[in-house]
Design a binder for this molecule. Structure first.
Ligand SMILES: [Cu+2]
Length: 534
C-alpha cells in the first residue's frame, strides 16, 4: 500500500474546503518566501524546469523583455537576484525533457521532489504529514464540470484573508479573459483537447494504430527542447499549457506564464496539470501498455537527472527508477479519465478492426490476428509531397497546396483498395517541419482538403509550447525549431471511399487560434505529407 494518495483537486468543490488545496497554498507560500538561490525555493524549482532568470542562458530574451522573469507582471513577484553559483545552475536548471521519451519519467521525478519539499513545509506550518499533491483532471466531473480550473486557484486570498500563493495574474485562458478552463470533451465536444492518445499501444515509434513518434515520445538523448513531441505530450499536455496560459489581447506580445516551459513552473497550477499527466501515464500502463525496456531508456541519458534534496546532495534518478508506481510511495485516488473510476482499455484490435471495416475489408479476422496486426511496425515511410518554400504566419490564416507525387499516391491508393488484416492499408501523416518563432502561446488549427473536394477535414490543433527554446541554438541543438506530426489517415480513407484519392495535390490550411501580436510571426520551414506502408 502506497504511503501517500494523490487526490482529485476538485474534491470539496475545488475550493479551500479541500484541505489538499489549502495546504498546497501554504506550502507554496513557504517556498515562495525563500530567495531564488535557495534550492528549496519555489523559484529554484521553477528554474529546474526552465528559466529566464539567468541572463547568460541562450534562452534569455535579447533585448531583455518578457518572458524574462523580472518582466513578469503582478503575482507572483519573482526574485531574480542573487542567482545561485553557476555550477549549481548547470547541475539543476533547465532540465525539463520535452520531445523525448524521457518526458514522462523526468517529470515524475520532478513532481516527487517538489512534493517532498512541499510536504516538509506543510508539516512545519502545522499541516498533515500525509499531504500529497492533488491532480487536476480536466476530463472529469459530471458533464465535464472539472474542465474548469479549481476555484482555489482564482481566489486572491486564503480564508484567513492573507494573500493566496496559488493566485497568478498572468493566466489568461482560452478566451483571453482570465476565465481558466480546458476546452475538452465532454463539456466541449468539439474542443481541440482530447485524450485520444490514450488509445495508442506503443510508447515510442509507430504501428498500425499508433502514430509516430508514439505515446511517450521519440527516442532521444537528454532533450531539453526536443521534437517532435510525443502524442500524449502534444495533446493534451501542450495544449493545456497553451490554453491555460493564453494571450491577453492581439496588441501585446506577452502571454500567460503557463504557455512557455521557461515560465510555466512558476504557476502553481502547473504541478496539478503535470500530476494529471503523470496519473494518465499510470492509467495507460494500467491498461496493459508497456514502457520501454531498453537500457537507453531505463538508464536515462548520459547527463543524469538531478533534483535537490534537504541534505544538499542531488537525487539522481533514472527512468527505470520511476517507471512504475508499484515501486514508489504514492498512488492515485482514481485512474479514471472522464467521469469513470478507470480508464477504458486501449483495445488496439478494435481500433484496427473499425478501420478495416470502414475500408470494406472482409470482417472475418480473428481477434488474435487483429491484435498481432495492430502492433505491426511500418515497413517504410515515403514522402508523398512537400511545400516548396518556407511559410510565414502572422495575423491571418494561410493556405498552401502540397503537390503529391503520382506514383507514391498510386501506391497508397492500391494499399487502401487491397486492405485486409494480412495486407494493412497505408497510414498518412502531415508534418509541419522546423517551426520557429518566439511566441509560445500560439495555437494552430490544421485542416486539409483537396482542390476538388468541397469540405475540409480538421486534422487537429497544435500548441507551440517550447517554440522559443527550440528556435534558439543552445550549443547542443542548432535551433531547428519544433516539428509536428498529425494523422491524416481518416482523411485519406474518406477520399478513397469517395473515389477521390486521385488528387494531384492537397490543400493545407493553418489557422492561428488568435491573431499573432506584431513582431511574433512564426516560420514554418516545410509542410510535408507522407505515407507509412506496412
Ligand atoms: Cu508541462
Amino acid at each position: 500500500m502506497a504511503q501517500y494518495v494523490r487526490n482529485n483537486a476538485w474534491n470539496n468543490g475545488g475550493t479551500f474546503d479541500n484541505k489538499d488545496l489549502y495546504w498546497y497554498a501554504r506550502g507554496v507560500e513557504a517556498m515562495m518566501a525563500r530567495p531564488i538561490a535557495d534550492s528549496a525555493s519555489w523559484w529554484f524549482y521553477a528554474a529546474i524546469h526552465g528559466e529566464y532568470a539567468n541572463p547568460n542562458t541562450p534562452w534569455y530574451p535579447r533585448p531583455a523583455a518578457f518572458p524574462g522573469w523580472s518582466f513578469i507582471q503582478g503575482t507572483p513577484q519573482v526574485p531574480t537576484t542573487p542567482l545561485p553559483d553557476s555550477a549549481t545552475m548547470d547541475l539543476y536548471w533547465n532540465q525539463c525533457q520535452h520531445g523525448s521519451w524521457y518526458f514522462f519519467p523526468w517529470h515524475r521525478g520532478y513532481l516527487m521532489s517538489l512534493e517532498t519539499q512541499l510536504r516538509a513545509d506543510i508539516v512545519a506550518a502545522g499541516g498533515p504529514d500525509t499531504w500529497a499533491l492533488p491532480y487536476w483532471n480536466y476530463f472529469g466531473g459530471q458533464g465535464g464540470s472539472q474542465s474548469q480550473m479549481p476555484p482555489a486557484f482564482a481566489a486572491e486570498t486564503l480564508p484567513e484573508g492573507t494573500p493566496n500563493a496559488l493566485f497568478v495574474t498572468m493566466r489568461y485562458g482560452p478566451d483571453g479573459d482570465g476565465n481558466i478552463y480546458v476546452p475538452c470533451p465532454p463539456k466541449y465536444p468539439t474542443g481541440p483537447i482530447n485524450a485520444k492518445a490514450m488509445k495508442n499501444d506503443l510508447f515510442t515509434g509507430s504501428d498500425a494504430v499508433t502514430r509516430p513518434p508514439g505515446f511517450g515520445g521519440p527516442q532521444t538523448t537528454f532533450a531539453h527542447n526536443g521534437s517532435p513531441h510525443g502524442n500524449f505530450e502534444s495533446n493534451p499536455h501542450d495544449l493545456v499549457h497553451g490554453y491555460v496560459g493564453g494571450q491577453p489581447g492581439p496588441s501585446d506580445a506577452i502571454y500567460g506564464i503557463m504557455g512557455d516551459p521557461g515560465t510555466a513552473a512558476l504557476d502553481p497550477i502547473f504541478y496539478l496539470h503535470h500530476c494529471n499527466i503523470d496519473r494518465m501515464w499510470e492509467a495507460w500502463n494500467d491498461q496493459g501498455n508497456s514502457n520501454p525496456t531498453v537500457s537507453s531508456w531505463t538508464n536515462g541519458p548520459s547527463r543524469q537527472f538531478a533534483m535537490p534534496t534537504a541534505s544538499g546532495k542531488p537525487w539522481n534518478y533514472t527512468p527505470g527508477d520511476v517507471s512504475t508506481l508499484a515501486n514508489l510511495d504514492y498512488s492515485y485516488e482514481s485512474l479514471g479519465i472522464e467521469d469513470a473510476p478507470q480508464a477504458p482499455k486501449t483495445q488496439p484490435a478494435l481500433t484496427l478492426a473499425k478501420r478495416l471495416e470502414t475500408l470494406g475489408a472482409s470482417p472475418e479476422a480473428s481477434n488474435a490476428s487483429l491484435e498481432a496486426a495492430a502492433s505491426t511496425a511500418p515497413r517504410k515511410t515515403e514522402l508523398l509531397g512537400a511545400s516548396p518554400t518556407a511559410l510565414k504566419l502572422s495575423k491571418t490564416p494561410i493556405e498552401i497546396t502540397v503537390a503529391l507525387d503520382a506514383s507514391t499516391r498510386k501506391a497508397a491508393e492500391v494499399s487502401l483498395l487491397k486492405a485486409s488484416v494480412s495486407a494493412l492499408p497505408d497510414k498518412a501523416y502531415l508534418r509541419l517541419e522546423n517551426v520557429s518563432g518566439i511566441y509560445d502561446a500560439t495555437i494552430l488549427g490544421i485542416s486539409v482538403s483537396t482542390p476538388e473536394s468541397g469540405g475540409s477535414y480538421l486534422v487537429g490543433h497544435v500548441a507551440l509550447f517550447g517554440l522559443r527554446r527550440a528556435t534558439v541554438s543552445d550549443g547542443q541543438h542548432g535551433g531547428e525549431g519544433l516539428s509536428f506530426i498529425l494523422d491524416i489517415t481518416p482523411f485519406i480513407d474518406e477520399l478513397h471511399l469517395n473515389n477521390a484519392l486521385n488528387a494531384d495535390a492537397v490543400k493545407v490550411a493553418i489557422v492561428p487560434d488568435k491573431p499573432l501580436p506584431d513582431g511574433t510571426e512564426v516560420t514554418i520551414g516545410r509542410v510535408s505529407i507522407y505515407r507509412e506502408a506496412f
